[in-house]
Design a protein around this ligand. Structure first.
Ligand SMILES: *Cc1c(COP(=O)(O)O)cnc(C)c1O
Length: 397
């Protein structure tokens, strides 16, 4: 997945452009910038990539999720349904707005289980946040019909799935709002950055204003602009956008490399009867950012994960024991270890986490190994890696 592996002349040229004219900020300074608008240019490129009407760049993927929720009016007391397997950013973004994260099980797609979503809906539910983890997607058809039936927003966090698609639609462009991250370990990087994607012009204008202190961006005098509502600062800088502008043009090349490397590893592992793969919904095309597979049980997965590490097979994650991506190790959330007071609403709303268990999620995450697909591997290196992985797994199962 990491775009950080492949950058060079193109990125340097774009950044140098910004340094040469000296305007590091994305808004204003029209006279000084000699026609260079890197953030605007990247937004136009991304609208094309995501086949969507609007893209608003922001400072991070986490900011993108918060801005998306805020733009659609999610806030204090609202419940947002999200999966147990994701990145901590999901509940951080929800809680920043005073809303309540409602964690529910995943299924064999490694994404939200539609049945668990439907069972968690209450009169307070405002949105469902689907997270397209590790380059693939949840059952989008079912989730969309649940959201339509109950009149809920569908927010799509596609931070890990740029380049994937469902029934021909780019992941991240399917929900009411989509979110992307361009941090240093994502497929396309800006160093730090993120994007909100939507076809809804009201949500877009809200995102545009909210991410820049409520500025209405009308006219060419920032000081004279009005602020129709409260905002915050989640701006991206021109330097970061410049890196992304060079990277986005290379997305098809990156996806092709990922697909080649993924396919070599998958074919090799398919020869082991005990290994199964995550379900990709019909009509879905992965981004090939990760290869995810299941082993028969927790004990086998733990042994394989350790053996991979000890034998130089790096970048394979056993998320069951990971601090950042799975609920099991989120004591700071369960115990509400906040630096500042949290509202009674949110405290009460999160009480369920003290007792709720997630057997279905455990069933999948305990047995899952998730291998990052790197862009810098040569074909020979991937083949050697595949052989090594097969040897290790066969020795253990
Ligand atoms: C990386 C990531 C984020 C957050 O992105 P940042 O740019 O690092 O803030 C959010 N959700 C998921 C699924 C991610 O992988």
């Amino acid at each position: 997945m990491p775009g950080f592996e492949l950058f060079g002349d193109l990125e340097q040229k774009e950044v140098q452009d910004v340094l040469d004219n000296g305007v590091l900020m994305r808004y204003g300074f029209d006279g000084m910038r000699n026609g260079h608008w890197k953030a605007k240019a990247l937004e136009a490129e991304l609208e094309n990539t995501f086949q969507s009407k609007h893209v608003q760049l922001v400072s991070s993927g986490t900011a993108a999720v918060s801005v998306a929720l805020a733009s659609a009016g999610v806030g204090a007391g609202d419940e947002v349904i999200m999966p147990t397997f994701t990145f901590v950013a999901s509940f951080e973004a929800i809680m920043m707005l005073g809303a309540i994260p409602v964690l529910v099980d995943i299924d064999d797609t490694l994404g939200l289980d539609p049945e668990a979503v439907e069972a968690a809906i209450t009169p307070k539910t405002k949105a469902v946040m689907v997270v397209q983890m590790c380059g693939s997607m949840a059952n989008m058809n079912s989730l969309q019909s649940i959201c339509n039936k109950h009149n809920l927003l569908l927010i799509e966090d596609a931070c890990q799935a740029i380049g994937g698609s469902y029934k021909g639609q780019p992941l991240g462009s399917i929900g009411d709002l989509g979110c992307f991250s361009f941090d240093f370990v994502k497929t396309i990087t800006c160093g730090e950055g993120g994007a909100v994607v939507t076809n809804n012009t009201d949500y877009y204008l809200n995102a545009d204003h909210y991410s820049d202190h409520g500025h209405d961006h009308i006219g060419d005098d920032r000081g004279a602009e009005t602020h129709p509502y409260l905002g915050y600062n989640f701006r991206i800088s021109e330097l970061h956008a410049a890196v992304g502008l060079a990277q986005i043009n290379r997305l098809p090349e990156f996806i092709e490399i990922q697909k080649r490397n993924y396919s070599i590893l998958r074919e090799a592992l398919s020869s082991i009867p005990e290994v199964t793969f995550r379900t990709v919904p019909e009509g879905g095309e992965e981004s090939y950012a990760f290869l995810n597979f299941f082993l028969p049980d927790l004990e086998t997965a733990t042994k394989v994960s350790k053996a991979f590490k000890n034998n130089g097979v790096d970048a394979c994650f056993h998320y069951y024991n990971n601090n950042w991506h799975y609920i099991r190790k989120w004591e700071h959330l369960k115990d509400l270890k906040s630096l500042f007071p949290i509202s009674e609403d949110v405290k009460n709303g999160l009480n369920y986490l003290k007792t709720k268990t997630f057997e279905k999620s455990d069933h999948y995450i305990a047995r899952n190994i998730s291998c990052l697909i790197k862009l810098s591997w040569t074909e020979t290196e991937v083949k050697e890696r595949a052989t090594k992985m097969v040897e290790i797994i066969k020795r253990i199962v």
